[in-house]
Design a protein around this ligand. Structure first.
Ligand SMILES: Nc1nc2c(ncn2[C@@H]2O[C@H](COP(=O)(O)OP(=O)(O)O)[C@@H](O)[C@H]2O)c(=O)[nH]1
Ligand SMILES: Nc1ncnc2c1ncn2[C@@H]1O[C@H](COP(=O)(O)OP(=O)(O)O)[C@@H](O)[C@H]1O
Length: 206
């Protein structure tokens, strides 16, 4: 069958590499991608809006979502739950629209189990030094936590072979352009499959 479903794109990478920054810049450009808004138990930050940045949930509400199998994946990250809503993603893909997730590494690996046909993009820093500077300059972590995050980041960067694409986040607009190219390239792949299918149909004598 020709696959008329949308394509699921997953952007992941170590903490502090710039996933959120790159994702926001991507969606400020014109794009046909649909961003899947995640559920979280963390408190909203100043300026964040429920249903826009995240769906903010209590732990009890989140645990009910897990038990009711309403999430494709979830992970506990720095003491809070984060998860991807199943219904939105499946429905949007069924409508033939592409969906974009921006999630941390554990969650991305779980998505791979259920959506092996997804396109997995790993964002890496230009260097570990630069990653450290970004984590420190964001100012959200104590010195101990920066060290732990860097150790975790080293292990995470080691997993980059499990991804379909690796994008270096040297400059935000370069990373966004590369992601746009990946989206275009994946569409071309599907076009080719669909074209071959049409040729096979024409050649078929039965
Ligand atoms: N597994 C998983 N991770 C998520 C999800 N949504 C966001 N994240 C990740 O959770 C981490 C923390 O996000 P956030 O609290 O917004 O803080 P940030 O570190 O400033 O991006 C980031 O790495 C996000 O990519 C989700 O639905 N599932
Ligand atoms: N290409 C870049 N060059 C310099 N700084 C960046 C770049 N991308 C992101 N940053 C900065 O790095 C820090 C971490 O970015 P953030 O998007 O919060 O990372 P993540 O979502 O991966 O944890 C932020 O202070 C952000 O402004």
């Amino acid at each position: 069958m020709i696959d008329e479903k949308g394509i699921l794109f997953i952007l992941s990478g170590p903490s502090g590499v710039g996933k959120g920054t790159v994702r926001k810049a991507l969606f400020e450009q014109s794009t046909d991608l649909r961003y899947s808004i995640s559920m979280t138990t963390r408190d909203p930050r100043e300026g964040e809006v429920d249903g826009v940045d995240y769906f903010f949930k209590t732990r009890a509400e989140f645990e009910k979502l897990i038990n009711d199998r309403q999430l494709i994946e979830h992970a506990e990250y720095v003491g809070n739950y984060y998860g991807t809503p199943k219904q939105y993603v499946e429905q949007t893909l069924d409508e033939g629209k592409d969906v974009f997730l921006e999630i941390e590494v554990q969650g991305a690996l779980k998505v791979r189990e259920n959506f092996p046909q997804g396109v997995f993009v790993f964002l890496i820093p230009p260097s570990l030094e630069e990653l450290k500077d970004r984590i420190v300059s964001r100012g959200t972590e104590t010195e101990d936590k920066v060290r732990n995050r860097l150790l975790a980041a080293k292990a995470e960067i080691d997993m980059m072979d499990a991804y379909d694409y690796v994008v270096v986040n040297d400059q935000v607009d370069h990373a966004v352009n590369k992601i746009q190219s990946i989206v275009a390239s994946e569409h071309c792949k599907r076009e080719r499959v669909s074209h071959q299918y049409k040729k096979a149909l024409e050649a078929d004598q039965t």
